[in-house]
Design a protein. Structure first.
Length: 466
């Protein structure tokens, strides 16, 4: 559901009691946590119980399972996930009662009132990792920033926290235009690679949204000049009078690196900042993580911190939930889980998985996310998955959309070339189907933005019992 952002976003302290519809999601749970830590009365609901709801309850936030208009008694502000539909009973009650009804972006923007120095991390891919890396880097340099991240970060112990310093590091999502409402002092751009065309309508409109985002920035932009889409934004930023700091692995840039190598589950490189070399060892495998780390290092330097101290913090980053997350081993099979759902993300994570597999057979289990995205990118998804040794594709995760009989998992499976590929049906049956495909020594990676994340643990349990 698209809810308009008000012309004037009140500071969070003036919102009264806040109710979140979809509080179990990464975005809303982050906002709820920070509001509660700042002293607001916060509550929320979600369609089903989860570990996230349990952790929120442990922090004193009341969480309901299921949606009911009665939950809004005494509520002053309602903040809703974009995945919520128009006929949701809590949406209908908020409209009937005339309660302030905001989208997620307005809720996050309400936390950015001065004296906060907002640092917004944008881009099609890598936002979560870069936001988390920058937060870890700043903590390593002795800062205590507030942060709101789109996933649980084990090394931080949470996805959000209200820090003691004025710096506020936020993951700035472009999927629904949220990032256009934050007006950050500093912005990071990882890349610009067409996505969410169901919202934006065209590649041109999607890229124009990033240019509009740059127009909201007050001071500085840090971007990966290796990426053509991000590189085009450099001139937009300079024309707006902003300081521009470039990062590159393949292209001459302000912050660069040499000696990049992936060894097992680690990535090693030597960063070069202002002509000074700084060794980096990252506890995550993959070239794309090196780019994210350089962005974090560059942004931390813009904020006035020493590269050596920032590098120490980056060394503490141990990955994010659903970002090539190791789930366990059973029956000689190692299982990892990834949020990758766009062809570019699939290419990057399967390349990293190939490094981790180190010669073992690689099995990719993919759940397409959204009918609209599969319609546009299904063939490219299949091509990307061809990097595995065997591919299984489960049914599309519909989220807020309705099914289309002409757009199915088979479309993706048919586009896989050179390796066996199977459309294996509902996600609930995937673990049983995989038991007939995997064998000892395999590395299995589950990929997708939906409930595919549940398949790995079920597969491990089945393998253990076998």
């Amino acid at each position: 559901m698209r809810i308009p952002v008000p012309e004037h976003v009140l500071p969070a302290a003036e919102l009264g009691t806040v109710h979140f519809i979809g509080i179990g999601g990464a975005g809303l749970s982050a906002i709820a946590r920070i509001m509660a830590q700042r002293g607001l009365r916060v509550q929320g609901s979600d369609a089903r119980d989860s570990d996230v709801l349990a952790s929120l309850r442990a922090e004193g936030i009341e969480c309901f399972v299921g949606q009911n208009g009665e939950h809004l008694a005494g509520v002053d502000t309602v903040i809703a996930s974009t995945a919520v539909r128009e006929d949701n009973p809590e949406i209908l009650e908020a409209q009937r009662a005339g309660v302030r009804l905001w989208p997620r972006s307005a809720g996050l923007a309400s936390l950015m009132a001065p004296p906060a120095v907002t640092v917004a991390v944008a881009g099609t891919h890598g936002k979560t990792t870069t936001t988390a890396m920058l937060t870890c880097a700043l903590q390593g340099a002795g800062a205590d920033p507030s942060f709101a991240i789109g996933a649980e970060i084990p090394s931080l112990g949470t996805n959000a926290r209200a820090g003691a310093d004025d710096i506020f590091v936020v993951e700035a999502d472009e999927s629904d235009g949220a990032f256009l409402h934050y007006h950050p002092q500093v912005a990071l751009v990882t890349n610009v690679d067409a996505d969410h065309l169901d919202v934006w309508g065209s590649v041109e409109a999607y890229e124009r949204a990033f240019a509009d985002f740059i127009a909201t920035v007050e001071t500085a932009v840090v971007l990966v000049i290796d990426d053509p889409g991000a590189e085009r934004l450099a001139e937009v930023a300079r024309s707006a009078g902003l300081r521009v700091v470039t990062v590159g692995l393949d292209t001459p840039a302000d912050v660069t690196a040499h000696g990049l190598r992936v060894e097992g589950g680690s990535t090693l490189l030597t960063a070069v900042v202002d002509g000074v070399s700084e060794p980096l060892e990252l506890a995550v495998p993959g070239r794309h993580y090196a780019q994210d780390a350089l962005l974090a290092l560059a942004a931390g330097s813009v904020l006035g911190h020493e590269p050596a101290a920032l590098a120490r913090g980056l060394g503490a980053y141990a990955g994010a939930a659903r970002r090539m997350e190791y789930k366990g081993e059973a029956g000689g099979v190692r299982v990892y889980d990834s949020y990758a759902h766009h062809p570019t993300e699939l290419v990057a994570d399967l390349a990293a998985a190939r490094q981790v597999a180190d010669g073992a057979r690689l099995v990719a289990v993919f759940q397409p996310h959204l009918v609209s995205r599969t319609r546009i990118f299904g063939s490219l998804m299949g091509q990307a998955l061809s990097a595995a040794d065997e591919v299984a594709v489960v049914d599309i995760y519909l989220a807020r959309e309705d099914p289309d009989p002409e757009v199915t998992a088979q479309l993706v499976a048919d586009a896989v070339t050179g390796v066996p590929a199977h459309a294996i049906g509902p996600v609930g049956e995937a673990a049983d189907r995989l038991m007939t495909l995997v064998r000892p020594g395999d590395v299995v990676v589950t990929l997708g933005a939906g409930d595919i994340t549940e398949v790995g643990p079920r597969l491990l349990a089945s393998l253990e019992s076998r």
